[in-house]
Design a protein around this ligand. Structure first.
Ligand SMILES: [Zn+2]
Length: 507
């Protein structure tokens, strides 16, 4: 009897733990910009204050999209995209940087709620606003943080001029060309000393700088010389401020190390957007990969295809390409995704050759990251993951930092749909180019390739053809076939990017 009572109390206790006490209330939000107050829904979950995401979007004039089947909410705010997932504390900013909050996003009565830290830590920085939270009067006060523009610094080289606009704190900004050939940099809530910032002294491609202060914003107009052909602006990386880059027609834009504003060049390229793509030639060094009946090593073929793909991409688009290896060296699987993540790449493509016990197996396959579903997928997954044995002592558990890996994995899952789409466009383009028998099934191939895990971007793995099939082994060794594979992958990438541009009304 006594033990029954104890069991009952324990069950009751567990039941209470499962029920998160939630207390909802209506607060008023007040704006400094003259908008009238309005009520917002708040809820207290385990003593943490939450706000309805719909209200947050209204407060910040953000557009929102709810993917109910995925439990995801996407906010578009100024130049930024924020992805939130129900029950997850991770916010992915601009498809690249996962930020971990202390508390997860919650779903209550069909409404998505975000912890207050989402506003005070993430949105405040992003929008240059301060939120004052007054518990006593149940009001929220939203006011802009002003940005002081302290100085301009010029860096002039042969084909480009860089103007560093130093500010405090980090600014919001936009850069546009005006009708009379000036570049206009607008800093909302910016404050400047027009006399100090304006200058008649030419610096490289900048002939004159005119600064204006209006009540709501600061404007800096750059008069540029006639041979200035392109320009772009992005946040400074090493300190607070904006980097305005003005280039001659001959200059190649440097890769942005942070999400840049779109490159404003038009034409001359079939990919209108600035971006970075990591190409990962499978295997290398002490890891030869699969070996064909005539001794062809997978690592040599993957490198040859990757080099051709790099050449094609660089000559036909303004995408930047990074290879995870340039030569026959061994690089661990975890290291490959680390290269992609630290480069903040937009796409990750791992290139491999397929292998089978049967010499008759043939064709092209493209995979994206997920849990392997059928035996063929499991076999491919096991084969490509064998390299882990080269990397870590047997019986030890890769990766070493499980927690960090989990965080990246969660972020990678944000790109499940994109990866699937990329897999599809690349597979279709390859099939058209190579005319090999289709191994592509409806719904595509999914497998948990280690190399694709942990990438915070759409990621696919291409198994170009079967190195274990004598005919395909011969083809894989020919420059023509390697070029076709590279061209097929490129066309798939172009199709993917243009699809996403069309599909997204915000772009
Ligand atoms: Zn391989």
């Amino acid at each position: 009897m006594k033990s029954n009572m104890l069991l009952f109390i324990m069950l009751l206790w567990m039941f209470c733990l499962r029920l998160t006490p939630a207390e909802s209330a209506e607060w008023r939000v007040q704006f400094a910009d003259g908008r009238s107050d309005y009520p917002v829904q708040t809820v207290t979950i385990n003593t943490v204050e939450y706000l309805a995401l719909t209200d947050v979007a209204l407060m910040y004039r953000a557009s929102q999209r709810w993917y109910s089947d995925l439990g995801k909410m996407v906010l578009k705010l100024n130049r930024h995209t924020l992805r939130l997932t129900v029950d997850s504390p991770i916010v992915v900013i601009d498809q690249q940087s996962p930020v971990k909050m202390v508390y997860p996003v919650e779903l209550r009565n069909g409404e998505v709620f975000v912890p207050v830290e989402f506003i005070t830590d993430i949105l405040a920085d992003m929008t240059q606003t301060q939120l004052k939270w007054d518990k006593r009067t149940q009001t929220l006060k939203l006011a802009p943080t002003t940005t002081t523009i302290s100085n301009l610094r010029f860096r002039v080289s042969r084909d480009r001029t860089i103007v560093e606009v130093l500010t405090s704190p980090e600014p919001e900004f936009s850069l546009d060309a005006s009708y009379n050939g000036r570049l206009i940099l607008v800093i909302p809530n910016g404050i400047l000393d027009a006399g100090k910032i304006s200058t008649d002294t030419p610096h490289g491609l900048v002939q004159r700088v005119l600064a204006y202060q209006t009540s709501g914003q600061a404007q800096i107009a750059f008069e540029v010389s006639p041979d200035a052909a392109r320009f772009q602006a992005q946040p400074l990386t090493n300190r607070k401020g904006i980097q305005v880059e003005i280039l001659k027609a001959t200059a190649r834009p440097k890769p942005a190390s942070r999400p840049a504003s779109p490159d404003l060049t038009l034409g001359a390229s079939d990919l209108p957007q600035f971006g970075k793509i990591v190409i990962d030639p499978g295997h290398g060094g002490k890891d030869p990969g699969a070996i064909g009946p005539n001794g062809t090593q997978e690592k040599d073929i993957t490198l040859a295809i990757a080099r051709r793909l790099k050449t094609i991409i660089e000559s036909r688009s303004n995408l930047d390409v990074i290879l995870t290896r340039e030569d026959d060296t061994f690089i661990g699987l975890g290291e490959r995704t680390k290269i992609a993540n630290s480069a903040k790449a937009d796409l990750f493509i791992s290139i491999h050759c397929n292998a089978s016990h049967s010499p008759h197996a043939q064709g092209t396959e493209t995979y994206f990251l997920s849990a392997a579903r059928n035996d063929a997928e499991k076999e491919a997954e096991m084969r490509e993951n064998q390299v882990i044995e080269f990397e870590v002592p047997k019986n030890s558990q890769p990766p070493s930092d499980i927690l960090e890996m989990m965080l990246w994995n969660m972020a990678a899952n944000e790109f499940h749909k994109e990866s699937q789409d990329l897999m599809e466009t690349v597979q279709n383009a390859l099939q058209q180019k190579l005319k090999l028998p289709s191994r592509f099934k409806e719904g595509g191939r999914q497998a948990g390739f280690y190399v694709l895990r942990g990438t915070t971007m759409p990621a696919i793995l291409v198994e170009a053809a079967f190195i274990t099939n004598p005919q395909e082994e011969r083809l894989l060794n020919t420059p023509e076939f390697q070029e076709k594979i590279a061209a097929g992958i490129y066309e798939g990438v172009v199709e993917f990017i243009s699809r996403y541009k069309q599909a997204d009304p915000w772009n």
